[in-house]
Design a protein around this ligand. Structure first.
Ligand code: ADE
Length: 421
């Protein structure tokens, strides 16, 4: 069967296949789900449009949905995150239509999104809510077809909750991000490791001894702060939330406003989900040769348009993923990965072992959506806790780790209230 697609080069497929299979070794929970899906085919006849980072891990998820009976189209959820060899293998070896090219411009990004929407999905699978948003804005005629969606990331869930609060959300969505087996691991350990990986691959700098300023102290940022500290950095955290700031202080980090951190930092990493967290007045006072990167979903956290205006001439690409901006003062600011998520732009995103749990949630979330769409309202749902716990159980089992079991006496003790001091 000939399928439609738009990828960089089908000739890259063989390398992609090896890398997809390499990732599969670290995804035992998804493998179990795939085996179950193969027998039960819970997504038979379901058209899924997925807007995800096109990585080896996503390929394993797509394969799982496919053997579960789904008819899938995949488009990129970020212009810089596509692994072109993976896209080629998905098209060539798995016959999955993919619309994604690393480095595509915004126009192509939206054309690709349109191709995924033209699939007339029953289920949308988003990382950042672009599909849901686009369907609600420009394809309202398709809404009746959609039984529901799933959403991978914090930023997307925030957007969807805003839509639900406005009464604008017209189908139910499962917030995969809100599962504990997603955000406690993917956001913290996945973002932590892959962000430092991205910064290091882009720059080849030594982290030890540097002052690393981490903007935000949510699950992603705390992973970044923890890993930067582990590599010997002196970490400064900036926050707007008193509770999170207090946690950062008690985790041993210096906490201060960005304007105070700006003149002392060597490397700045944003992961807040908000706009202009590193703004022009911050960059104005940064040290010469400061490095600035973002690991949040959208490329809005660093005010790059403002930086352009403050700069003399055009930025120079001094290494792949490093743009040199020279300020009127003569100082240089280096922006990594064009301010897009550095872990996917310059590295390979989160390692497969954490994506195993995130994508187990995606697969089971789409099955949940199919089974419950009749009763769900147009709201944002969390995956039921028993599914979340089962994913944790399977992951531990796959790691060969056993844990204690409550005795009958302990169980009874927890269920009584009479016994005290
Ligand atoms: N988000 C972060 N890392 C990812 C990966 N490896 N695959 C898909 N989505 C991701």
């Amino acid at each position: 069967m000939a399928i439609d697609f738009d990828i960089k080069d089908p000739g890259l497929a063989e390398g992609g296949r090896y890398r997809i299979e390499w990732a599969a070794k670290e995804m035992p929970v998804l493998k179990l789900i795939r085996e179950q899906f193969e027998k039960e085919r819970p997504l038979d006849g379901v058209r899924v449009s997925a807007c995800l980072h096109v990585t080896t891990e996503t390929a394993n998820l797509m394969h799982t949905l496919q053997v579960g009976g789904a008819d899938i189209v995949l488009t990129a959820s970020n212009p810089l995150s596509t692994q072109d060899d993976v896209a080629a293998s998905l098209v060539t070896h798995y016959e999955i239509p993919v619309y994604a090219i690393k480095g595509e411009d915004d126009k192509t990004y939206y054309q690709h999104l349109e191709a995924a929407i033209a699939h007339r999905p029953h289920i949308t699978m988003d990382d950042g809510a672009d599909l849901v948003s686009e369907i609600h804005k420009n394809h309202t005629d398709l809404i009746d077809n959609v039984i529901g969606g799933t959403e991978e990331t914090t930023t997307g869930v925030i957007r969807l909750r805003a839509m639900a609060n406005d009464g604008a959300l017209k189908f139910p969505v499962v917030a995969v991000n809100d599962s504990m087996t997603k955000h406690l691991f993917d956001n913290r350990y996945g973002t932590g490791q892959s962000t430092l990986d991205g910064v290091i691959r882009a720059t080849n700098i030594l982290i030890a001894g540097k002052i690393v300023v981490v903007a935000g102290y949510g699950w992603c940022s705390r992973g970044i702060a923890m890993r930067a500290k582990g590599l010997g950095a002196n970490v400064v955290v900036t926050e707007v939330n008193h509770l999170k700031a207090l946690e950062a202080v008690m985790d041993g980090f210096r906490v201060m406003p960005m304007i105070d951190a700006a003149p002392i930092g060597d490397i700045f990493i944003t992961s807040t989900g908000d706009i202009n967290v590193v703004d022009t007045h911050h960059m104005e006072v940064m040290k010469n040769n400061a490095l600035v990167a973002n690991s949040g979903h959208f490329n809005v956290e660093i005010n790059i348009p403002g930086l352009r205006e403050m700069s003399v001439g055009d930025p120079e690409r001094v290494r792949p993923y490093v743009d040199k901006y020279t300020l009127k003062s003569g100082n240089v600011i280096h922006i990594l990965g064009e301010g897009r998520l550095i872990n996917l732009a310059a590295a390979e995103g989160h390692p497969a072992s954490v994506m195993d749990m995130s994508f187990a949630n995606q697969a089971l979330g789409s099955k949940f959506m199919r089974e419950n769409s009749e009763t769900l309202e147009n709201k944002v749902y969390t995956i039921p806790e028993d599914i979340d716990m089962e994913i944790a159980r399977l992951k531990l089992a796959a790691m060969g780790i056993k844990i204690d079991v409550l005795t009958d006496q302990q169980e009874a003790y927890l269920n009584q209230w009479e016994e005290g001091t």
